[in-house]
Design a protein. Structure first.
Length: 75
């Protein structure tokens, strides 16, 4: 089961990498801050993966996880 989770995470982060960077550029001005935010998004997505219930497209869910991570970082 853990292998499936690892593979799903890898597949999703590769397929939807642009979401991470688009949001990071919108919420962090400096490249170093953008890189830190992207890293935080990856970590939060990993932690949240078990909560995905397939009630929406993976890209929509990933977008929300990334956006919420960015909003929390700027709070």
């Amino acid at each position: 089961m853990n292998h499936d989770r690892d593979q799903l995470f890898t597949d999703w982060t590769e397929a939807h990498r642009g979401i991470f960077y688009k949001i990071a550029r919108a919420y962090a001005a400096e490249p170093a801050d953008q890189a830190d935010l992207v890293q935080d998004m990856f970590v939060q997505l990993w932690r949240s993966l078990a909560n995905f219930r397939a009630q929406c497209q993976p890209s929509t869910w990933i977008y929300r996880v990334c956006l919420n991570t960015a909003l929390d970082a700027n709070a």
